[in-house]
Design a protein around this ligand. Structure first.
Ligand SMILES: N[C@@H](CCC(=O)N[C@@H](CS)C(=O)NCC(=O)O)C(=O)O
Length: 210
């Protein structure tokens, strides 16, 4: 059994979707980041950087923060979505790190400046919007080469990236301008596991479909 400390954000959804994909049993422990619950002393023991998501695995007594590391941990624990060769591992890791270091942080800035603080910092709005367009272009070119991000098969690079793309409306992105991303996005959005993992903690929200 796994305790999942999460909130309804792209980083949180990566892990609830992964747990659904792996058919693992989990308890949802909501950490309401709009009420600063991520700063609670007890939570900091699991997540020293005071961010969701975090997990505690009762089978192994292991706790973890950082969504990319948690995805690798759950993949290794269940032997699901495992690369089949050293080369596939390298490609998976490079696209997983692309999500962790570029796609997530830059789109996060778009949410901050364009969705929640419009008009306060025009330079930042322009900078992060153009960076978002550039990153969507990178992803679109990649998805022209293969059905999924790291290979033909669906895997953790997709599970990490998809919840960020599901915020395309917040980012003012027209997915029709990125046809390969659109094809990939819709295919993943139709998976029952993704539909279940998206609304965690349960707030009755639905996946946006363009
Ligand atoms: N690199 C971290 C980022 C986690 C993160 O930024 N989580 C956000 C929600 S999506 C959070 O907890 N924010 C609360 C805060 O910044 O105080 C990961 O991928 O797990």
């Amino acid at each position: 059994m796994i305790d999942l400390y999460t909130w309804s954000t792209p980083n949180g959804r990566k892990i609830s979707i992964m747990l659904e994909e792996c058919d693992l049993k989990y308890n949802v422990k909501p950490i309401n980041i709009t009420k600063d619950e991520q700063f609670d002393k007890e939570f900091l023991k699991l997540s020293p950087n005071n961010k969701i998501p975090a997990i505690y695995d009762h089978d192994t007594n292991i706790s973890m923060m950082e969504s990319g590391a948690i995805l690798i941990y759950l993949s290794e624990k269940t032997k699901m979505f495992m690369p089949k060769s050293r080369e596939e591992t390298c490609i998976r890791d490079e696209w997983l790190m692309f999500q962790m270091a570029s796609l997530g942080p830059m789109l996060g800035q778009v949410h901050h400046f364009i969705k929640f603080n419009k008009g306060k910092a025009p330079y930042a709005e322009e900078r992060y919007y153009y960076e978002a367009l550039r990153l969507y272009g990178v992803l679109d070119k990649r998805l022209a080469l293969s059905r999924h991000i790291a290979s033909e098969d669906y895997g953790i690079a997709d599970i990490a990236s998809w919840p960020w793309i599901s915020r395309f409306e917040w980012q003012n992105i027209d997915l029709n301008k990125f046809p390969n991303v659109l094809r990939w996005y819709k295919e993943i959005a139709s998976r029952d596991t993704v539909i279940r993992g998206y609304d965690v903690p349960s707030l009755g929200v639905e996946i946006p479909i363009p």
